[in-house]
Unconditional design. Structure first.
Length: 245
């Protein structure tokens, strides 16, 4: 029987970039739903440990693993550590990402490649490393895309293009790895957190819901895909308050 209060009891999740902001909110939401949660971090060790404390306070297991999603060996080590510590893997949330504002004509080849290295190649490599465990578990992958991958933002060309590629990768994964693994994607709009928020009032005014999004809004959508029927796959959900309309 699945508990209505804790629908993910007995499940294990891995959230990349789960130390803070949206990743932290998703990790805590999955823990609230009963899942044991591992998170990865690159440079935010103190934040990662704080998030793990929050996860454990919810009565489930937690693990923080250093991981650079730009490096395949680092990814493989993080997935192996998760499996060794928590025993299995049911849910993968590819949240780690990069963001940069820059005029299109000023983007260097190095900056273009770095954006894809993190936002597109990273989720591919993490999913590839987790594939065998997820296939055994009949698991799920959730990729965190962006409204910028649906609508072009003139000063974020490399970011928008990398996220559009991630959206297509999500759909490709859904077809390639069915029926064992379901794969979906969330495209957040303007999301305000304690670290990011000042100066974005103009977006709230343009949004039909008359506010910017929160990390909790994205986490709720993530929880939906992690608990919804496994039959739902290959979907892209904008969590933007109607900003993209």
């Amino acid at each position: 029987m699945i508990s209505l209060d804790q629908p993910l009891a007995g499940k294990t999740a891995l959230v990349t970039g789960g130390a803070k902001r949206i990743g932290r909110a998703i990790a805590l939401a999955l823990a609230d739903a009963g899942a044991d949660v591992a998170i990865t971090y690159r440079g935010s060790e103190a934040d990662a440990q704080k998030t793990c404390e929050g996860i454990r306070e919810r009565g489930v297991k937690s693990l923080a693993v250093v991981c650079d999603v730009r490096a395949e060996a680092s990814i493989q080590a993080a997935v192996a550590a998760t499996l060794a510590e928590l025993g299995k893997l049911d849910l993968l949330v590819n949240n780690a990402g990069a963001f940069e504002t820059l005029a299109l004509e000023k983007i260097s080849v190095e900056q273009w490649d770095a954006m894809f290295e993190t936002n597109t190649r990273g989720p591919f490599l993490v999913a590839k490393a987790a594939h065998a465990a997820l296939k055994v578990a009949g698991g799920r992958i959730l990729n965190i895309g962006s409204l910028g991958g649906i609508h072009p933002w003139a000063t974020h060309a490399h970011y928008c293009t990398s996220k559009a590629a991630l959206h297509m990768l999500s759909m490709t994964m859904a077809k390639a790895w069915a029926p064992e693994i379901s794969v979906n994607c969330i495209a957040p709009g303007m999301v305000v957190t304690s670290e990011v928020g000042a100066g974005y009032e103009e977006f709230a005014a343009k949004t039909p819901m008359k506010r910017n999004g929160s990390a909790a809004d994205v986490a709720a959508a993530a929880l939906f895909f992690c608990t919804a029927p496994h039959f739902i796959t290959g979907q892209l959900l904008a969590v933007d308050g109607g900003l993209g309309l």
